[in-house]
Design a protein around this ligand. Structure first.
Ligand SMILES: C[S@@+](CC[C@H](N)C(=O)[O-])C[C@H]1O[C@@H](n2cnc3c(N)ncnc32)[C@H](O)[C@@H]1O
Length: 298
């Protein structure tokens, strides 16, 4: 197979030809979305929006673009996620910078954001806590869509928080999203309770790591993914410690894998401080978020 760098008997390396070649190559190397990957990488190499490729199919690509493309395609063929190669990912209609220090935001997590925004609707100046903020995608999506929300975003990883801080600043939300290094609630005072606590915590079981796709297993930070023998270590701690930081009737929303939802409902049910425990499904109809409210002690 020739590389997309020279003019060959098939003619010059146009946008169309590079896309076709790259799509075939990435398909052979295990990508499940080879055409989309090829388009996103080429748009990045050319420095143009992806949609512009459709109106420049016959344009011959300069050597600098082809060189950049060759390097990215090689890495993509080794299962490096496209988001890390191009340095950003869209989430909830917003653009987020991502590096290898943070989990790549997933569409599944948008279910949690929709539910959070719904819970905040009746409140006039709600206080929100996002545990394990990573890129800051949940905190930023909430603050960007609720102009009166005050959000505290914590993570145990200082490197992840640098990325979150840049995303908060990029979206002009530094006055309403506070970034804090904290092991779960360790740096959070009990004195000023939250109306809503949200988290997409690590929830992969230690033993399941080997079964994950290579994109995830080889490239995303393990500290963002794994959480003990059944994947529930972090979720258990959050359920245990959240009531002390929630105002009465305040809500806790936890993202989980569909297989964990029933067990998480039981963990909530075993804790008398919670009521109104329910499971929320994602767009594919799979249980994705477990929600509960702190019982009013009166
Ligand atoms: C699954 S990622 C979620 C990232 C982001 N919120 C999202 O939805 O894309 C989990 C995050 O929790 C953080 N984390 C893991 N253990 C933690 C702990 N004990 N305290 C605070 N953050 C933790 C990880 O560093 C990681 O950024």
């Amino acid at each position: 197979m020739s590389s997309p760098q020279q003019t060959t008997t098939d003619g010059p390396w146009t946008v169309r030809r590079v896309l076709e070649w790259t799509t075939g190559y990435l398909k052979e190397h295990g990508s499940e979305t080879p055409r989309l990957d090829a388009e996103v990488l080429l748009a990045h190499a050319k420095g143009c929006p992806r949609i512009h490729l459709y109106t420049s199919y016959d344009e011959t690509l300069p050597e600098a673009v082809r060189a950049s493309m060759r390097e990215m395609v090689k890495r993509r063929a080794e299962a490096e996620p496209v988001a890390y190669l191009v340095g950003h990912r869209e989430f909830f209609g917003l653009d987020f910078q991502v590096t290898r220090d943070v989990l790549i935001p997933r569409p599944d997590t948008e279910t949690l954001v929709v539910e959070a925004l719904e819970a905040l609707k009746p409140l006039s100046s709600p206080r929100v806590l996002d545990i394990g903020t990573g890129s800051g995608c949940i905190a930023v999506a909430i603050a960007a869509n609720n102009p009166v929300a005050q959000v505290t975003a914590v993570d145990a990883s200082a490197a992840a928080l640098d990325v979150a801080r840049r995303n908060v600043e990029h979206h002009g939300l530094a006055d309403r999203v506070r970034i804090l290094e904290s092991d779960l609630f360790a740096a959070i005072a009990n004195s000023d309770p939250f109306d809503l606590i949200v988290s997409n915590p690590p929830y992969v079981a230690d033993g399941e790591m080997d079964q994950l796709q290579p994109d995830i297993r080889l490239h995303e930070p393990h500290s963002a993914l794994v959480a003990g023998p059944d994947g529930l270590n972090v979720i258990r701690s959050i359920i245990e410690q959240a009531p002390a930081r929630l105002r009465p009737e305040g809500a806790l929303l936890l993202e989980c894998s569909p297989e964990q939802a029933a067990e998480i409902q039981s963990l909530f049910a075993a804790c008398p401080q919670y009521e109104q425990i329910r499971v929320i499904e994602d767009l594919a109809g799979r249980p994705r978020v477990v929600a509960a409210r702190r019982r009013n002690p009166d």
